[in-house]
Design a protein around this ligand. Structure first.
Ligand SMILES: [Cu+2]
Ligand SMILES: [Zn+2]
Length: 180
């Protein structure tokens, strides 16, 4: 009796794992650290792949109070203090900058700025259908070694090509595939 109960419990625990398709590992959230230009901890970005959308959750800290642009930049490089090595906005479709630009937008452009409050912290969640964690997708943020998450000095005006007039780069995190 005791044995069969254990066996049933074991089956129940194991079955969801067995039912997952091979690509289910993409459902595991990817968490990356973000650092300021002086190397201070600036929080994290968490990426979670759904069927159609990629959810990006930012939990930021140690940043100046105000609204700040956040983008995905094209290279997995965050060399302080200016983070120029990250290159421009992730733009596999060769469009212009900004969700309010009729010629836009870059895949690396996110729909809103993030607001950093009095505690020098801020959170934002974006759900987008134009980015993916699937390394085989043309809009993958993990393809070609990865990309980077960038926070800027100023808010993005959502229309000025190619930068959104967002000013200097103040925090950055490399986005790469997790090592198994
Ligand atoms: Cu940027
Ligand atoms: Zn852009």
């Amino acid at each position: 009796m005791r044995t069969s109960l254990l066996a049933i419990t074991a089956c129940l625990l194991a079955s969801p794992l067995l039912l997952q398709p091979a690509f289910a590992k993409s459902a595991t959230p990817l968490v990356i650290p973000i650092k300021t230009s002086t190397g201070q901890d600036a929080g994290t970005a968490t990426f979670k792949q759904g069927k159609k959308n990629l959810t990006i959750k930012l939990k930021l800290k140690n940043l100046p109070i105000g609204d700040h642009a956040v983008h995905i930049h094209q290279k997995p490089l965050c060399d302080a203090p200016d983070f120029k090595t990250a290159g421009g906005h992730f733009n596999p479709d060769a469009k212009q900058h900004g969700t309010m630009n009729p010629m836009g937008h870059h895949n690396g452009d996110l729909p809103q700025n993030i607001t950093i409050g009095e505690q020098h912290t801020g959170e934002a969640t974006f759900k987008v259908n134009y980015l993916s964690l699937d390394p085989a997708a043309p809009n993958s943020i993990l393809a070609n070694g990865g990309t980077s998450m960038m926070v800027h000095e100023k808010p993005d005006d959502m229309k000025t090509d190619p930068t959104g007039n967002a000013g200097n780069r103040i925090a950055c995190g490399v986005i790469t595939a997790p090592t198994p």
